[in-house]
Design a protein around this ligand. Structure first.
Ligand SMILES: Cc1cc2nc3c(=O)[nH]c(=O)nc-3n(C[C@H](O)[C@H](O)[C@H](O)COP(=O)(O)OP(=O)(O)OC[C@H]3O[C@@H](n4cnc5c(N)ncnc54)[C@H](O)[C@@H]3O)c2cc1C
Length: 437
């Protein structure tokens, strides 16, 4: 048996590695000259470590064990304890989000109405109707303020998304499980605290790209610079036409972006192809800015600052990259990673560099008390197709995806079953098991 895999981002690489471990023959095609897809790190000017795509992995002991198997334990760097603090822009300044019941109760971040709603959530007997969005879910169980000043900024920061569009069933199914099982999201979290508490945030000393490079180094059948141009169903599997030639495989797995997948599957799975064309990917631009530490008045003791849509800021937020991980820039400097765009502000992501840089510097200066006229280093990275939105369009293609499995066609992409890197790795492990059992 031979399994074909289209695309060598984290999903395709992890799947290929798992198959190789099991002694199963596979072929992995990658269109570009480097493995990793969205994962790209650059060491600039010999000192600044920029993450062009993902900044960190959130994983449990199983994931750490898997990375150890790959020989990556010495390369790991864990987020600094100080980065547990999260800040939200409110009333003209970045304020610390309450991190526990005491700071919630006695702090001034949330109104008394919201505090009461949080403490009374356990008595809220309402149940999620089908198709409920994240915003509707949090409004029903908590308050508008929670949607505007906690959920909204997090969803924009993590998913580049709009909580009024994303479905709770597709983004955080655990919340529905807690509501159903415990009658309360908070009670669910408290009961499962030890299980969720074991997850850690980490990266690699030389950046996220260490991971795809390590996987690619282990693989014997990875073909770079070799885009797949056409796929055809044949009696005993799939015939794959790529730039370098033709190959027939028994089973085929696609890991590419939804629009690429839509083109390839169009002649075979019309409904799936039509659904894939509707998947929404907002654009997102990452701006990296480095300042001298002495020029920054704010202590930056945290993960970063997020911007609620209501506050009308230019970006969706800033990661204080040098506060989160060691080795991102020299000790006497600080590195910010600012995300501009997402579903809430599509036009901002597409501004030319001069506008982007000016607006980002302005926002950083005001928010973090920066004295300098500009950063000592800056660069941008544009993602016209950033993150697939887990909305009603994506929910609608779940069944067509399952139907295609009857034709030995499988999906292991970030638009099915989870978008985070740890989701992608977990899904690849599961699919490898399913295909070889
Ligand atoms: C700006 C940004 C920040 C993010 N931050 C985080 C984060 O901090 N933590 C986190 O967990 N997740 C984060 N994510 C999400 C995460 O990076 C992605 O969901 C994940 O990398 C997707 O991996 P993938 O392998 O599924 O897809 P991709 O990375 O898209 O890989 C698909 C591969 O297919 C290749 N390909 C395309 N067409 C063809 C073809 N015809 N033939 C062969 N190959 C083809 C592509 O070149 C690509 O290499 C972020 C995403 C973005 C955009």
């Amino acid at each position: 048996m031979i399994i074909g895999i289209i695309g060598a981002g984290i999903s395709g690489l992890s799947l290929a590695y798992e198959l190789q471990k099991r002694g199963v023959e596979y072929q992995l095609w990658e269109a570009t000259d480097q493995p990793g897809g969205y994962i790209q790190s650059r060491r600039e000017a010999g000192k600044y470590l920029r993450e062009l795509g993902p900044n960190s992995l959130l994983g449990d002991a199983d994931l750490l064990q898997w990375l150890d198997e790959l020989g990556l334990t010495p390369e790991l760097t864990f987020s600094k304890p100080v980065s547990k603090a999260r800040y939200i822009f409110r009333d003209g300044r970045y304020q610390k989000l309450p991190s526990g019941p005491l700071s919630l109760l006695f702090g001034s971040f949330f109104s008394w109405k919201t505090k009461l709603a949080i403490f009374q959530e356990r008595n809220n007997k309402t149940v999620s109707p089908e198709g409920e969005t994240l915003a509707q879910f949090f409004r029903r169980r908590f308050s508008d303020e929670i949607v505007e000043y906690a959920l909204g900024p997090f969803v924009a920061g993590i998913y580049a998304g709009d909580p009024e569009q994303l479905l709770v069933s597709e983004t955080f199914p655990l919340l529905l499980q807690y509501e159903k099982e415990y009658g309360s999201v908070l009670r669910g979290f408290i009961k499962n605290q030890s299980a969720t508490g074991r997850r850690q945030s980490f990266s690699f000393k030389e950046g996220m790209q260490v991971l795809p490079n390590a996987l690619a180094d282990k693989l014997t059948n990875l073909s770079l610079n070799n885009p797949v141009q056409r796929i055809d169903k044949v009696s005993d599997g799939w015939r794959i036409e790529s730039v370098a030639g033709v190959k027939t495989v028994d089973q085929l797995v696609i890991t590419t972006r939804a629009d690429v997948a839509a083109n390839l599957v169009e002649p075979h799975f019309t409904e799936l192809s039509r659904g894939l064309r509707k998947v929404v990917y907002p654009p997102m631009t990452a701006v990296h800015s480095v300042y001298k530490r002495v020029d920054v008045g704010h202590p930056l003791n945290g993960f970063g600052g997020l911007n609620p849509k209501k506050e009308g800021q230019f970006s969706s937020g800033h990661i204080w990259s040098s506060s989160v991980f060691e080795g991102r820039c020299p000790e006497d400097e600080v590195l910010f990673t600012t995300f501009v765009g997402g579903q809430a502000s599509l036009a901002n992501a597409r501004q030319p560099d001069d506008v982007l840089f000016r607006r980002v510097h302005q926002e950083l200066s005001n928010g973090f008390d920066i004295k300098a006229d500009g950063p000592v280093y800056r660069a941008s990275q544009r993602w016209e197709w950033a993150i697939p939105q887990y909305d009603a369009n994506l929910a609608a293609i779940k069944q067509p995806i399952r139907n295609a499995e009857a034709d030995n066609f499988f999906v292991c992409a970030n638009w099915y079953g989870g978008v985070s890197l740890s989701d992608c790795i977990r899904k690849a492990q599961k699919l490898a098991h399913q295909l070889t059992e």
